[in-house]
Every structure is written in C-alpha cells, then in structure tokens.
Design a protein around this ligand. Structure first.
Ligand code: ARG
Length: 571
C-alpha cells in the first residue's frame, strides 16, 4: 500500500471510531481521493479537508478537524495538526523514507507500472501521414503524443495497437500519376522522393490552367486506381513505398513504431456494407445530390457520406475504419491523435456511429492538440517551404553535437549521445506543454542544459549514473533514517507520486504530465546533490543515499522512456 492509501485508511478508521453511527461518511477509497497536497510543505505533506464531513455530521469543519486530530494515535506514520478545518498530516520521515525506498527497490525498472489495463485493448491512431506529401514539423505532435500514450498504456498493462491511418486515397493521386506519365522519370522519383511527386503535382496544376483537358485525364487515372488497373496500381503502390521509405527514416530517428499501416485505401472494399447499414437504419438523406447524415439535432452540419458522383469521403472511411477496428481489436478505447482543426470531423464521425446504435461510439476519443511553430514562424522556412521533420531533427543533432563537443570533448560515443540529446530536446519540447496549447519551438530553450529541457533531464540522469559508477558495489545495509532531511524528503515525495502521475497522464491522455514529473524529480535531485555528499560518511547512511540516487536514475529513465526520449548514461 502506498503512503497516501495508508493515511486514507487510517483516517477513515479514525472517523469510524469517532462517529460509528453517522451515515454518508467517506470510506478509505473516497478519502484517498479527498486528500490534498498542501502547496506549502510547511503545512504538512497531506491535508484532509474536513468540510467534506460537515454535512453528514452537522458539525463545523474546525471542530471536526480538532476531534480527528485528538483521536489520532498513529504517530509512527504521521503526526497531525488541525488547521482551519483541515486535518494536516506530517509524515513520519524515517518511516516514509523506508516505505518509499522499499517499494522503489521492489519494483525496480517497473516502478509505476501496473496491471489495471490487463485484458483491455487501446487502439491509437497517430502520425497518420499523407502519401506524396512532405513529413513536416506539423506531424511531430501527433507522432510523439501517440507514441508516448502507447508506451504509457503499455506500461499500465493494456494491450495497445498503434495505427498509422495513411492518407492514401483521393483524386490527387490520379493527377499525380497523370503528371508522372507525361513529364516524370523513375530516376527522379527514386532520387527525390516526395519532393519529385510534389513538383509533378504543382506542374499538373500549372499546365491544367492552360489545358483543362488534363483534369479529365487526371480523373481517368484516378478511376483506373479505383478499378485496380495494373499499371495505375503499380505506380500508385510505388509512390506509397517511396513516401513510406522517407518517413521510415524519421520514425527510426524518433524510435516510433506502428502495428498497422491500414490507411484510407484499406477501407475501399469495406465501405459498401457500412453505407448499406446507414441506409437500412434510415440515417441517410439526400442533399443536393449527395448523401448525408443529418446532425441538425446535435447542432452540427450534416456528415457527408457520398458525394453526388457517388464517391466516398474522408468521413466515410473513418466510420468504416472505426467499425473495422472494433470488430478486429475489440477496443476499450480508440484514440485519434489529430490536430484540433479536425475537431468537428471527429464529433460528426462519433455521433454518426452513435446514431448507428454502436454503444462503443462513446469510447472513441479525439485526442486533439495545438499547433507547432518554429522560432515564432509557423512551420515555414524563409523560402516559404514547410520545415521538414527530418531537417529539424538533423539540425537538432548537429546543434547538440556542437554543445557536447564544447562541454565534454573527451566523451567516448559523442555521435550517439549527440543523436540522443538532439532528438530528445525536440521530443521533450513537444511534450512539455499541455497538449492543447500551441507550441513555439525555440532552439535556445530546447537545448538549454540548465533550463527545463530534455538535455537538462538527460544530464541529471547521467549525473546519477556517474555517482553510482563512483559508488561501485555497496554492501552495507541502508539506514533509511539518513533520508529524513528536507531535500531527500521532497525527492521521495515526488518519486512516491510517480505511479499516480502515470495513471493520471493515461486518464487525461496527457504525456506532458510525465514530462513535468521527470523534470521536477531532476530538479529535486540536483538540489539534493548540491546539498549532500552522497558517497561520504557512515557506510549505512551512504548506502541509503546511493539507493536513493539509484531510484532517481531508474525513475527518470522510465519517465523519459514513456515520453519517447532516450537516457544516455554519460554526457
Ligand atoms: N491523414 C490525416 C491528415 O493528415 C490524418 C488522419 C487522422 N486519422 C484519422 N483516422 N482520420 O490530416
């Protein structure tokens, strides 16, 4: 049992003993939820707001707090003090240190993990890039938030399915093939990848201004893809391969993986029954030649299902995909990590699923997020191009290399560390704010070894590793009472809350809570490091401080892993 649960159980017992006949009093479980952490540690480690008992007991909160504190006998766990209607708990420091350290050591690298997700499946739709389009920094958040959530849910025992719902369908691919046939070359596409495809697409539009018949040719090529014409399919499949080959480089840099690449085109042959079902359930109505689901009751524009030419659209594919995912994976939640611009789209899709009578529609969640800009300029370089994610990551590694060259010229594996630090800086910056906030990415901030940054946390981890290397093998039995000073206690408090943070991050789909937690732990450890000589003194006391350092190292490593950042041992 963790300390908070223990306090809650004891307080519940205390309440029951004082007022055995009163009704509607909170039990241990509820009490744990009610326990607050006072902003100022001088007020105690935890506080129980007694006004929550005022109604059932018909008593004033300060009186309740006094009665409870008077009846408290467990000084071995915490001493108590009534303050303004709160029952404040001051943990018995030695006891708290011992309990926390024992739990940390028992769980080792799995500290904070859990099996609450056992038997449950979470589908995560993230990154979901578009074929023949550049992979730019606008895709960073969907990729990293999704990847981090996948790791967090895995850590909590869930089965997870990472899906890259590729944007690989649309009339633009007909135009691109048409342009390729007219002006393209195999070598060029192989060499320049998506850039070559983009040039073809731009040229198509320029030429189509002069010669509108090109539009018909583009449509004809799209029709050929739809009909599975071998030549069209060959070129289209190849475009897809080339795009994914480029993207794979970025995924590799970021350590991001997927379990499925079933994208929009995957649903081509699966939509017909779904459209029929919508018809059978009388949900389709005709509007200006198109078929739509009316959502006026929900104050939303209608959800377009079939265009007047009979073509399906993005939403048709998403509705089909959701049903497919439920049938295939039996998900408990299906998360869509997509920018907030698609808010309406997902509200419409989820509502249509609900109207179709699928109770699991409520388990589909749009995990939306804000925009990323670079040094104040929204995604664009000076020449007006989008900033490619690959270039941003390369730049980050180059900048990290310079700093490392300067700070630690004798480091053995500089290249590897530069990669870990550069990429880590970008990922940390992306996951350091509440996801719905827009992010302005700044190099000086992201790579500041002294500020709240990836390199700062990584550096702290390396520092802990270095202390442990110096400590070598420790044989003394640790004396936990060596961890009762203020700095050790704040560190222990943060460490003991780490499991709760992970669960909350999962509940709120908010990796930034983990980023916050590792940053706080890193700051608390650095403070500890400056105030205390970890390796000196009594062997039993040094053993306790070394064990604390080891716990910090592990928890930081786990936290960084959960946000998709590597933790080098030397920097
Ligand atoms: N490819 C889409 C885009 O770039 C994102 C797809 C998100 N996932 C989904 N199931 N709609 O806008």
């Amino acid at each position: 049992m963790d300390t908070m649960s223990q306090i809650a159980a004891l307080a519940a017992e205390c309440i029951k003993n004082l007022w055995p006949d009163a009704e509607g009093l909170p039990g241990a479980e509820d009490l744990r939820g009610l326990l607050a952490v006072p902003p100022d540690p001088a007020l105690g480690d935890y506080a129980f707001p007694c006004f929550r008992l005022a109604k059932p007991l018909r008593m004033a909160p300060p009186k309740i707090a006094e009665a409870l504190c008077g009846a408290w006998t467990r000084e071995d766990v915490a001493s108590v003090k009534p303050v303004n209607g709160y029952m404040n708990f001051f943990l018995n420091r030695a006891n708290f240190a011992a309990e926390t350290m024992v739990a940390l050591q028992a769980q080792g690298d799995r500290f904070g993990s859990s099996d609450i997700g056992k038997g449950k499946t979470i589908c995560l739709d993230y990154s979901s890039i578009n074929i023949a389009k550049r992979f730019h920094i606008g895709h960073l958040s969907t990729t990293m938030i999704g990847h981090s959530l996948k790791r967090i849910f895995d850590f909590l025992g869930y089965e997870t399915v990472g899906i890259n719902h590729l944007g690989d369908w649309g009339t633009q691919f007909g135009k691109m093939i048409c342009a390729y046939k007219l002006w393209g070359s195999k070598e060029e596409v192989e060499r320049d990848g998506v850039d070559a495809m983009t040039r073809l697409y731009v040229r198509f539009h320029e030429e189509a201004e002069k010669d509108p018949s090109l539009e018909d040719q583009g449509r004809a090529w799209f029709k050929k893809i739809e009909d599975g014409d071998p030549e069209a399919m060959e070129i289209f499949t190849w475009f897809k391969e080339v795009t994914l080959r480029d993207a794979a480089k970025v995924y590799e840099q970021l350590g991001v993986t997927f379990d499925s690449y079933a994208g929009e085109s995957f649903y081509n042959d699966k939509m017909e029954p779904v459209i029929q079902e919508l018809r059978d359930k009388h949900l389709l109505t005709q509007s200006e030649g198109a078929w739509v689901v009316d959502l006026s009751e929900d104050n939303m524009p209608p959800c377009l299902i079939l265009k007047s030419d009979g073509a399906t659209i993005y939403a048709t594919r998403d509705i089909t995909a959701a049903i497919y995912r439920q049938n295939t994976y039996h998900f408990d939640k299906c998360l869509y990590v997509v920018a907030y611009q698609q808010d309406l789209h997902f509200r419409q899709v989820f509502r249509v699923l609900e109207k179709m009578g699928y109770p699991w529609a409520k388990d589909c969640v749009h995990v939306s997020f804000g925009m990323v800009s670079l040094e104040g300029a929204a995604l664009k370089t000076r020449t007006g191009n989008v900033v490619l994610l690959e270039d941003l990551l390369d730049q980050a590694v180059a900048k990290a290399r310079e700093i490392i060259e300067d700070k630690s010229p004798n480091l053995e594996n500089k290249e590897e560390v530069a990669r870990q630090v550069g990429i880590g800086a970008v990922v940390y910056a992306d996951l350091s704010n509440n996801r719905i906030k827009d992010i302005d990415f700044r190099w000086d901030r992201a790579l500041n070894f002294d500020g709240e940054s990836g390199p700062y946390v990584q550096y702290t981890h390396a520092r802990a590793c270095s202390v442990l290397r110096k400590a070598g093998d420790v044989s003394a039995e640790p004396d936990w009472s060596a961890l009762t000073d203020d700095e050790a206690q704040s560190l222990l408090r943060l460490l003991s809350r780490f499991p709760d943070v992970i669960r909350e991050a999962a509940d709120k789909y908010e990796p930034s809570m983990v980023t916050r937690a590792v940053t706080d732990i890193a700051q608390a450890f650095n403070k500890y490091y400056y105030e205390h000589r970890i390796l000196d003194g009594e062997p039993a006391q040094a053993a306790a401080r070394i064990a604390l350092t080891d716990a910090v190292r592990r928890v930081i490593k786990t936290g960084l892993y959960l946000i998709g950042v590597e933790a080098p041992e030397k920097m």
